[in-house]
Ligand binder design. Structure first.
Ligand code: HXC
Length: 513
């Protein structure tokens, strides 16, 4: 006869096997780790404290009375990640397909509520067939999860990994969180799967082409990063977390920086090509400025005309927003505005200062952009930048034309410091377009319209293609050598460390969508 302790240990051991050997093998054959293997990688060794291992579902219909579902298909609890307390849940695809039944949902809700009370981040490892079909109407629990995602938004960091199927109700929770990382080859994320799509619209498509990682990283923009496999996914989650505080009341963690904060970066002095029509890779600028040359780009494959990245300057988290001349000449368009607006909101919510690096010829013109609401989308970015109260530093590297100057936090948008490199040029629009409008009559009346156009364009360029005009009007605070930029940013951010901004006594704004 076994003792109570032995009985407990035997029961626990059985539950820890999840759906059992055969299903675990099936999971491995798909290139996926199990829920518990994933949590083992996430948490510092031996630190995981599990809640609800002995929870049992109470469904009886459609054969559920005969289904044993260990932990009801989701492992929930907290542990430490590099010494910091983090709450996490991992859906167990070996148990009823990781589907969300009543008790499964209750466990997640209980965990989220505690994480919010404790003011600690939540990481969700999703791998689920969605709402548990046999339990019919317990989708209410999904709505509880969505509500808590929204409630916690901006208070604690919420990170989501898509490590298998993530359909229907399951897909909306990640979509409400701060960061979504999809594992290449195994993640499938959609509102409805291929079968439903076919039955409703007649379109025939497979699940990878409908909701695979590449679709969401390149086309929809839903996903922020792609991971090569489960282990890479967990590593990236830890990295992302390292930039953020536990909650918005705390400051982001500061790391030791081995580099001299005053060092100059000579390569930056020659990074802007002499020919203003030539391009450069703005990621190299970020790399040269960041501590250890390290930065973590968010949505790198989506709206590549803008780069948004987390990095550190002298050990402190910073968010870079940079026009990328390599794509669409760095112009602003709808997707770029959406991408940057979300990033600005994220950094602002968690006290991460913003650095804007501009080389922008303006907003992308076009009928399709206007019809699709470039104003509505651009407004999201302008709204986010205007409302951000974290330290904001704007640097014009080269072009700064037109309405894009609002997106890139020029004077008027409430930047703390505006910097220019000697290569900066700015006006309401580019010289060729401006000359065509203001000198239209002179060009039309000329014996040699092409020559007149070129001369007048050059005149306009000479007037505005330098940083001094803006500096004379105090639209630029400092003109600096590119090689000095890192140390100038570090010093200004240090000065702005305790920046405070008075807020109006309103409930919340009405953000354009
Ligand atoms: C109950 C489910 C399930 C579900 C999977 N299973 N999804 N059980 N409810 N939603 C079970 C399977 O029956 C199977 O049980 C086991 O999990 C493993 O599933 P497989 O199909 O063998 O695995 P795989 O081939 O990897 O396919 C995974 C899958 C597929 C792509 C997720 O199972 C699937 O398409 N499931 C249904 C997806 C779906 O339509 N969900 C409803 C979403 S509606 P056995 O016993 O055979 O091993 C929704 C609305 C919510 O979520 C609204 C809230 C607002």
């Amino acid at each position: 006869m076994s003792t109570p302790n032995e009985e407990f240990l035997a029961k626990r051991e059985k539950l820890l096997q999840g759906g059992g050997e055969a299903r675990i093998q099936k999971q491995h054959e798909k290139g996926k780790l199990t829920a518990r293997e994933r949590l083992d990688l996430l948490f510092d060794q031996g630190s995981f404290m599990e809640y609800g291992l002995f929870v049992r579902h109470r469904a009886t219909e459609f054969g559920m009375d005969k289904v044993d579902a260990p932990a009801d298909g989701v492992v929930t609890g907290f542990g430490t990640v590099n010494g910091r307390v983090v709450y996490a849940y991992a859906q167990d695809a070996t148990v009823v397909g990781g589907s969300l039944g009543e008790m499964h949902g209750i466990k997640i809700v209980r965990l989220m509520e505690e994480a919010i009370r404790a003011g600690k981040p939540i990481i969700a490892l999703n791998d689920s067939g969605g709402a548990r079909i046999q339990e019919g109407n317990d989708t209410k629990l999904y709505l509880d999860i969505f509500r808590l995602n929204a409630y916690a938004s901006g208070y604690i960091p919420q990170l989501s990994a898509i490590m298998g199927p993530c359909a229907g109700g399951g897909a909306y929770s990640p979509a409400l969180t701060d960061f979504i990382i999809n594992v290449d080859g195994t993640s499938r994320m959609f509102v409805t799967g291929p079968a439903v799509v076919k039955s409703v619209t007649g379109e025939v498509i497979d699940d990878e082409a409908l909701g695979g990682a590449r679709v969401h990283s390149r086309i929809s923009g839903v996903c922020h990063r792609v991971a090569a496999d489960d282990a890479d996914c967990i590593e990236q989650l830890k990295l992302m977390l390292s930039f953020f505080p536990d909650n918005c009341r705390e400051k982001p963690p500061v790391y030791r920086c081995s580099e001299d904060p005053d060092k100059l970066v000579p390569e930056l002095d020659t990074i802007i090509p002499e020919d203003s029509r030539k391009v450069f890779d703005v990621r190299r600028v970020i790399e040269l400025m960041a501590d250890d040359g390290f930065y973590y780009e968010i949505r790198p494959e989506f709206a590549r005309n803008i780069v948004v990245a987390l990095a550190r300057l002298n050990g402190r988290s910073v968010g870079f927003i940079a026009n990328q001349p390599l794509y669409k000449a760095g112009s602003m368009d709808m997707n770029a505005a959406d991408k940057a607006a979300q990033f600005v909101n994220l950094c602002d919510a968690f006290g991460i200062p913003l650095v804007f690096l501009s080389d922008v010829p303006g907003c992308l013109p076009g009928v399709d952009q206007e019809y699709a609401g470039v104003l509505r989308h651009g407004a999201k970015m302008v709204y986010a930048v205007a409302n951000a109260t974290v330290p904001k530093i704007a640097l014009t590297m080269r072009k700064m034309y037109g309405g894009a100057s609002a997106c890139m936090c020029e004077k008027g948008m409430g930047p703390d410091v505006v910097l220019s490199w000697p290569t900066a040029q700015s006006a309401v629009m580019g010289a060729a377009g401006a000359a065509a409008i203001v000198f239209r009559k002179e060009i039309a009346a000329s014996d040699d319209p092409a020559r007149t156009r070129a001369e007048l364009t050059a005149q306009y360029e000479a007037a505005f293609n330098n940083p001094y005009r803006k500096a004379a009007r105090e639209y630029t605070d400092m003109i600096i050598l590119p090689s000095e930029t890192r140390r100038v940013l570090i010093r200004c951010l240090k000065a702005l460390e305790n920046k405070q901004v008075e807020q109006l006594p309103k409930k919340h704004g009405n953000m354009p969508v």
